[in-house]
Ligand binder design. Structure first.
Ligand code: ADP
Length: 434
């Protein structure tokens, strides 16, 4: 019966009984007494139903509602349905939570949920193992009080979570942990911790191998170059037909030396920490030196190389590294700009404590799909052209590393056959001195 049907049925019973009481009462001459008796009976019946409802709601043992007529039958039935729906929903939610718990517990990565004050709200089994947390006493504690590694503490408090950090575990120095933070729901944070010891060891082996191989190649190359140059000085006198091959050998030995030197420089950038940025580098003066060298690099091209130094801001960092990065950009512009082209180098103040260095040329340009890969080691747009120009394929990789160490990044804009613009913004107010 629909609830409107039950309601009509209830009203019909009520008015029907009252009408019968009125009719019978007026026949017997006891109208009010009979109507009052019927009303009291009616109210008593409702009170009984309300009591049965209350008892059923209170007593969880009565799974099924009591049987009843009219609107009470409907009320019992609808409440019972709602209860069933709620308990089904609760059951579903509980099973989702227990599935979530089981899957996160099985994760090889440690997962920790931090509350708005950095206190631990929840963590899984791997977090317990990797960071040595204890569910009994560490829940509710601030994580930075338990994991006291300085780089971790500054990473958590800085609020810049665009990158992950790595640091040795305090439980075992040999274990390297990688931590990544994702903020959510305002100030809550999800922390993922991974054991990256194996990857980090492999990475170190790779770095050591390149550094050692380059180092080992350097001495024999120096000897070979030395002898070749001596032979080159007099080859035209005693064996003119070898003049060209010897010249080519000298050039190739020089190229190999440049590659080895660049690899060693890259290894140094990767392995040696930039000792406290206490060198103050005068970028205007550095640019002037680089421009002079660039002009003498390919005088036959008659390039128009000019500079616009609109800032006297200086940079904190390594003058050798900044020279290497900026000169690579300028020398590339010289290499990849045809005769009579234009190159402009700028050093511009963007605001207090921030500035930009840029090199713009109207040379050969680069197709858009190459741009994301240009800073990879040995990535060249055109192998033949790069070699012909004396490139090692390592220049932009060096630029990228140096800029990262100086809290900046390389931006490249280029249009094929129209030219390119390589720029880097220094926005860290600790690095730029006004
Ligand atoms: P390379 O020693 O080959 O120049 P780099 O790492 O310096 O190596 O540059 C990578 C590649 O980027 C180059 O091979 C070249 O194709 C391209 N490139 C770099 N600078 C420019 C430029 N100013 N104009 C056009 N192409 C460039």
């Amino acid at each position: 019966m629909s609830y409107m049907g039950a309601w009509r049925y209830e009203l019909a019973i009520f008015f029907g009984t009252i009408s019968c009481a009125v009719m019978l009462g007026s026949w017997l001459g006891l109208t009010w007494q009979l109507v009052a008796t019927v009303l009291v009976g009616y109210i008593l019946w409702h009170l009984t139903q309300a009591y049965r409802l209350l008892r059923w709601l209170k007593d969880s043992k009565h799974r099924y509602p009591p049987e009843s007529e009219g609107i009470w039958g409907d009320i019992f039935y609808l409440l019972f349905k709602q209860q069933q729906r709620n308990s089904r929903r609760q059951h579903d939610l509980l099973s989702i939570i227990s599935q979530f718990k089981a899957s996160t517990a099985a994760l090889p990565e440690g997962a920790i949920v931090l509350g708005e004050f950095g206190e631990i709200l929840w963590f899984n089994r791997s977090a317990k193992k990797l960071l040595g947390l204890s569910p009994a006493k560490d829940n509710g504690q601030r994580l930075v009080n338990l994991v006291r590694n300085p780089s971790f503490v500054s990473y958590v408090s800085k609020g810049d979570y665009s990158r992950s950090i790595e640091f040795p575990s305090s439980l075992n120095n040999e274990v390297i942990l990688s931590v990544n933070i994702t903020p959510y729901k305002g100030k809550q944070r999800l922390i993922m911790v991974r054991d990256v010891t194996r990857i980090s060891k492999l990475e170190q082996i790779r770095k050591d191998f390149i550094a050692n191989a380059s180092h080992e190649l350097r001495s024999p190359l120096t000897v070979i170059s030395g002898y070749l140059e001596t032979i080159g000085d007099s080859v035209s006198d005693f064996c003119p037909r070898y003049e060209k091959p010897v010249q080519q050998m000298i050039e190739q030995a020089q190229r190999m030396k440049s590659i080895v030197d660049n690899l060693l420089f890259l290894s140094k950038l990767e392995n040696v920490k930039l000792s406290e940025f206490n060198e103050v580098v005068d970028i205007a003066a550095l640019t002037e030196t680089i421009i002079k060298e660039a002009r003498s690099l390919a005088p036959e091209k008659q390039l128009d190389i000019d500079s616009k130094i609109a800032s006297n801001q200086k940079l904190r960092g390594s003058s050798l590294e900044l020279y290497s990065a900026f000169s690579n950009l300028v020398f590339n512009a010289v290499r990849y700009t045809p005769a009579h082209g234009h190159i402009q180098i700028t050093w511009t103040s963007l605001a207090a404590n921030s500035a930009e260095f840029s090199v713009t040329d109207d040379g050969i340009g680069i197709e858009a799909h190459h741009l994301p890969r240009l800073t990879e080691r040995f990535y060249r747009v055109d192998d033949g052209r790069s070699r012909e120009m004396g490139g090692t394929g390592l220049g932009l990789a060096i630029v990228k590393h140096v800029l990262e160490r100086h809290h900046s990044a390389l931006e490249i804009e280029s249009v094929i056959n129209q030219g390119s613009r390589f720029s880097c913004k220094f926005l860290d107010d600790k690095m730029v001195i006004n």
